[in-house]
Design a protein around this ligand. Structure first.
Ligand SMILES: Cc1cc2nc3c(=O)[nH]c(=O)nc-3n(C[C@H](O)[C@H](O)[C@H](O)COP(=O)(O)O)c2cc1C
Length: 174
C-alpha cells in the first residue's frame, strides 16, 4: 500500500474474529514498533509483550468486567493478539515513547490488511493488577502503558467517517 493510503485507511476496529494472525505478521508489527522514534535513544526503557494466550486475554477482559460491572465488557473486542508496550520511564516521556511504538504498529497492521485498535484504558487497570503482571511476564521496573489489538475484522472494515480530521485546529506562524 502507498504510505498515504495507509494513513487514510487506518481506522479503529472493535469487532475481531478469533482467528489468529500469522507469526510473520506479529513479527512485522514488532519490527514496525522497533523503528519508532524514541526520546534520547532510550530504547532499553521500552518492553513489548505479545499476548496470544486466551487465558491471559480473558483475564484482561475480566478486569473490564470488574471495573464496569458489565458482564459483557470486552475492551479487546475478541482480538486474538494484544501487543502491550511498557516503559521503565515515569512521566510524560515514557508515555510519549510508548505512543510512537503503538502508532507504528497500527500503521503496519493497516498496511498488512489487519484490523487494529489502540487500547489504553484497560491497560491502565492491568498495570495495577498483580495477576496480570505475573501472567504477562512484564519485567520488574516496567509499567504497561498502552497496547495494540490486532486481528481480522469480523465485518469488512468501514472507512473513516470523515476523509480527514477537520476538527483539529491549526495555526501557522510564518
Ligand atoms: C491515546 C489513545 C488511547 C486510546 N485508547 C483506546 C481504548 O482504550 N479503547 C478503544 O477502544 N480505543 C482507544 N483509542 C482509539 C480512539 O478512540 C480512536 O483512535 C479515535 O476514536 C479515532 O478513531 P479512528 O482510530 O477510527 O480514526 C485510543 C486512541 C489513542 C490515541
Amino acid at each position: 500500500m502507498h504510505f498515504s493510503d495507509v494513513l487514510k485507511s487506518r481506522v479503529s476496529t472493535r469487532a475481531f474474529d478469533s482467528r489468529p494472525i500469522p507469526d510473520g505478521a506479529v513479527k512485522s508489527l514488532i519490527d514496525a514498533a522497533l523503528y519508532a522514534p524514541v526520546g534520547m535513544h532510550r530504547f532499553e526503557t521500552l518492553h513489548l509483550t505479545v499476548i496470544r494466550n486466551p487465558y491471559v486475554l480473558e483475564h484482561i477482559r475480566t478486569l473490564a468486567v470488574k471495573a464496569t460491572g458489565d458482564e459483557k465488557a470486552d475492551p479487546l473486542h475478541g482480538a486474538p493478539v494484544l501487543i502491550v508496550v511498557s516503559t521503565s520511564l515515569g512521566g510524560e516521556i515514557g508515555a510519549l515513547n510508548v505512543s510512537c511504538l503503538v502508532e507504528n504498529m497500527l500503521l503496519a497492521a493497516t498496511d498488512m490488511g489487519l484490523a487494529n485498535l489502540y487500547v489504553r484504558g484497560i491497560i491502565a487497570d492491568a498495570a495495577k493488577d498483580a495477576d496480570f503482571l505475573a501472567l504477562s511476564g512484564i519485567p520488574e521496573g516496567f509499567t504497561p502503558v498502552a497496547s495494540v489489538a490486532a486481528g481480522y475484522a469480523l465485518a469488512p472494515i468501514a472507512p473513516r467517517e470523515t476523509p480527514k480530521n477537520n476538527m483539529t485546529t491549526i495555526n501557522y506562524v510564518d
